[in-house]
Design a protein around this ligand. Structure first.
Ligand code: C5P
Length: 406
């Protein structure tokens, strides 16, 4: 279940830290990779050497380590993770999280992250019940921080009550649950193309199309929202950059092709860009002069590379699922079915872009999903809802695959 998932485990300084050693083992047994950050006080309870041996990775702890900041800054640590787990989470680190304090590597990573965070609190029952802790917990819950425990039981301090960290296997179950419900695409890489391309005629003129990039950007956002590492390769658009997505800006179809092929390996490719089929054969170094008399210059055109086709034929680099779009003005579904065969992709999202539909540049889209199993007609939806539904279908597709087939 956790195969390929990347966990950043932050260990703070509580006696329950010894259980985190077992947590590392349990996560790794299930195929997850675990990278660890220790607070200073955690090192009083467990040694970086034990943590490093169990995680088979370097252990991070120093915010001002010159080598770490050069190779792997606090931003990179969270970028390279699918989920952050704080176990044990002491009352101190929870208070710092609630207040937005970043005074060491662990708290700085927690501030810098755009990933979800699961905490497993561990503290004395009075500390857990203290009004300051209660307030901090409700702030953290309102911000979407996920909680595993604490539970009730005998404590290391000799008292009994709520505040005990839940057992490692219960934390593993929460992490499993998180990935299957909130981030089903965690550990997957998605490449999405979006927007129009600009094909230069000369240094000041170009040929373009009316694609707004709304649909492609919404798909990138939806895939990233489901936990996929997402690379969005976009032509010039007015759309804002979706959060948590790596953006590659290009202008021409040839650049988009190179960027898409260069982004492999990937598990998922969605080609939503409106790529120019042709480009001017020769792009002069100088602006073509206007002529007052005589015939206007003729444009000789040559064919552009087909990105969808290239991704579908990328051999052992071929993404497991390649999705193309078919913007049609008539015989929408029939054309899409034959396009799926012709292009060699797995799915085609067919949409009617005849001017009356207002699809180009508009906020809504009516699409038909063409797969090997048949055609699924979707109702008219906002482009963001089309994106969410497509991402959902993609996640279902991967969840239904036996692991060996991946
Ligand atoms: O052949 P047509 O342009 O209708 O196919 C549309 C699909 O192919 C879209 O998914 C589009 O992003 C993709 N495409 C491409 N590279 C091209 C032309 C189209 O990726 N040069």
């Amino acid at each position: 279940m956790l195969h390929g998932k990347r966990i950043l485990l932050i260990i703070s300084g509580g006696i329950a830290a010894y259980k985190s050693l077992d947590l590392i083992r349990r996560l790794r047994e299930r195929g997850a990779s675990v990278r660890c950050v220790l607070t200073d006080s955690a090192t009083q309870f467990v040694t970086p050497l034990s943590v490093s041996a169990l995680s088979e990775d370097k252990v991070y702890g120093d915010l001002f380590s010159l080598t770490d900041e050069a190779e792997m800054g606090h931003i990179q640590l969270s970028r390279d993770a699918d989920l952050l787990v704080v176990a044990p989470a002491t009352t101190n680190i929870l208070a710092k999280m609630a207040q937005g304090i970043g005074d060491d590597l662990a708290t700085t990573v927690l501030l810098a992250t755009d990933k979800d965070v699961l905490v497993a609190p561990a503290m004395n029952v009075r500390m857990w019940e203290h009004p300051a802790t209660r307030d901090n917990i409700s702030v953290l819950k309102s911000r979407g921080i996920l909680f595993a425990g604490p539970t009730e039981g005998n404590m290391a301090c000799g008292e009994f009550g709520e505040g005990r960290m839940v057992e490692p296997l219960e934390i593993v179950a929460e992490i499993d649950d998180y990935f299957s419900t909130s981030a089903p695409l965690a550990g997957r890489h998605a490449v999405v193309t979006s927007g129009p391309t600009h094909e230069a005629i000369d240094p000041v003129r170009y040929i373009a199309n009316r694609s707004s990039g709304k649909q492609g950007h919404a798909i990138a956002a939806a895939l990233a929202g489901m936990g996929a590492r997402t690379t969005l390769i976009t032509g010039p658009t007015h759309e804002a950059d979706p959060a948590g997505v790596e953006i590659v800006r290009i202008e021409s179809a040839r650049d988009m092709h190179d960027a898409a092929m260069g982004a492999l390996p990937a598990d998922i490719a969605v080609c939503a860009a409106a790529v120019a089929d042709w480009r001017p054969a020769a792009t002069g170094e100088r602006k073509i002069k206007k002529r007052d008399e005589g015939t206007p210059p003729a444009l000789d055109m040559v064919e552009n590379p087909d990105i969808l086709r290239s991704l579908s034929a990328a051999g052992n680099q071929r993404p497991a699922l390649v999705v193309g779009f078919a913007a049609e003005t008539d015989d929408v579904v029939d054309n899409a079915v034959s396009k799926r065969d012709r292009k060699g992709c797995d799915w085609i999202v067919a949409n009617d872009v005849s001017p009356a539909t207002g699809t180009f540049g508009g906020d809504d889209n009516t699409v038909h999903l063409v797969t090997a199993e048949g055609v699924d007609d979707w109702p008219a939806l906002a482009k963001t809802d089309v994106a969410a539904r497509l991402a959902e279908r993609i996640a279902q597709h991967f969840q239904s695959l036996p692991e060996a087939a991946e």
